[in-house]
Design a binder for this molecule. Structure first.
Ligand SMILES: CC(C)(COP(=O)(O)OP(=O)(O)OC[C@H]1O[C@@H](n2cnc3c(N)ncnc32)[C@H](O)[C@@H]1OP(=O)(O)O)[C@@H](O)C(=O)NCCC(=O)NCCSC(=O)/C=C/c1ccc(O)cc1
Ligand SMILES: O=C(O)CCC(=O)C(=O)O
Ligand SMILES: [Fe+2]
Length: 359
């Protein structure tokens, strides 16, 4: 089959069937020794990430959070969330071995034979909370993305222990647990500027009542310039905490601009970004920024985002504390699971998901 793919005799339907339905993932395809990119992965010109649109000269803020009591730290975080929607944190307190272990565990999971990963495809998985997949929304996309993922919805330690794949469950769970404090501190700081004095139980559930951890795998790609790892999107979370390895390829759209800024890997750091739910709750003050990922021609990349979210049955809208100053609400009240389902139903389309909540 390898030779038929590389000579182009393997048709688009076969490729999609092999990767998506049979659970080989794009990793299975990449490992066949392709010389050229299969057609289903060729992105339209306007979606490709060219050097002319990107810059390595500017950078998102890098914030040292070793002292949470320092008002300058709080200021830097809130300013970054308003102006960039993205920043990196160092000295965050999540132990290095936890970060290293979860990246290794991601390689471990994707290194399993296809038969074992296939058990976690949507139609086979014993639970809706564990899902192995490829691209973003293959049934809705004109071109596929060069990425496989394992998505784990955190319900409880017991549920994770029972259902998450053994090869990565301890490491993924440990990352979720060890990042709880930094997530809480970040949200406390961000809420203060919104006139929310303390995070009571109701607010806590609204901001961080559910979590999803994804293990992303971007295999080495034969023609990286013709495709993307992840297309332009903003996250639907309240906040995302992202661990990337040392390879790079994440680009963030410059606010009100057409250029894309590279997020350079910094050893032991975490990338933090505002998601749509926080943009909505802050009535547009904090910005959920478009980002995308390139494919890489020489290396296999992994990344591990933790999406911190409202619960599916929560209704979200601009917070009362924010509207108290008389500003007009920009967003209506929406059921969070309706919002997320709308996001997952379509291909990546930049920030268009937010239209769903706009007044
Ligand atoms: C709506 C959810 C996600 C699932 O609800 P469900 O009742 O179990 O519904 P379904 O299983 O019918 O899923 C609804 C649709 O979403 C799809 N989906 C269900 N989880 C998934 C899944 N992890 N992955 C990609 N499709 C899925 C699923 O395939 C299905 O599409 P379709 O098959 O076409 O009907 C529900 O759990 C919920 O509201 N969760 C709230 C917490 C939550 O997960 N928030 C999302 C945080 S994720 C985030 O911010 C960014 C993620 C992201 C991911 C990839 C990117 O490239 C970029 C960004
Ligand atoms: O892999 C990355 O660096 C970012 C992935 C991403 O944007 C996502 O999973 O939402
Ligand atoms: Fe993202």
């Amino acid at each position: 089959m390898a030779s038929t793919i590389s000579t182009g005799l393997f048709n688009s339907w076969d490729v999609t069937n092999f990767v998506v339905n049979q659970g080989h993932g794009v990793k299975g395809l990449a490992e066949m020794g392709l010389e050229t990119l299969p057609k289903p992965y060729v992105q339209p010109l306007e979606e490709r990430i060219t050097m002319s649109k990107t810059t390595h000269e500017e950078s998102i803020p890098i914030i040292d959070v070793s002292n949470w009591n320092d008002p300058n730290v709080a200021d830097s975080i809130c300013n970054a969330a308003e102006k960039w929607g993205f920043f990196q944190i160092v000295n965050h307190g999540v132990p290095i071995h936890v970060l290293e272990n979860v990246k290794d565990a991601a390689h471990g999971f994707f290194g399993l034979p296809a038969e074992e990963k296939r058990m976690y495809l949507k139609d086979h998985s014993p639970t809706n909370n564990v899902r192995f997949g490829t691209s973003f929304s293959p049934q809705a996309e004109k071109a596929l993305e060069w990425k496989d993922y394992l998505s784990l919805f955190y319900v409880s330690d017991d549920e994770a222990t029972a259902f998450w794949p053994p090869v990565c469950k301890d490491e993924a769970l440990e990352f979720v647990k060890k990042s709880e404090l930094v997530i809480r501190r970040l949200l406390e700081v961000l809420m203060k500027r919104l006139n929310v004095k303390e995070i009571d139980k109701t607010k806590e559930l609204l901001l961080m009542g559910s979590k999803r951890i994804n293990l992303n795998y971007y295999p080495k790609c034969p023609n990286p310039n013709l495709t993307v790892g992840v297309g332009r999107h903003s996250d639907v979370s309240a906040l995302t905490l992202l661990l990337q390895d040392d390879i790079g390829g994440l680009y963030v759209r410059k606010m009100d601009g057409n250029s894309w800024i590279h997020v350079p890997p910094i050893s032991e750091s975490l990338v933090i970004n505002v998601g749509d739910a926080l943009q909505i709750m802050s009535n547009g003050r904090y910005k959920s920024i478009e980002h995308r990922v390139t494919a890489n021609g020489s290396k296999n990349r992994v990344s591990v985002p933790i999406f911190v979210n409202p619960r599916p049955f929560d209704v979200i809208g601009p917070l009362l504390e924010v509207l108290e100053n008389g500003e007009k609400p920009m967003y209506k009240q929406v059921l969070y699971s309706d919002y997320v389902k709308h996001f997952f139903k379509k291909a990546h389309d930049g920030k268009d998901t937010l239209e769903f909540a706009k007044i």
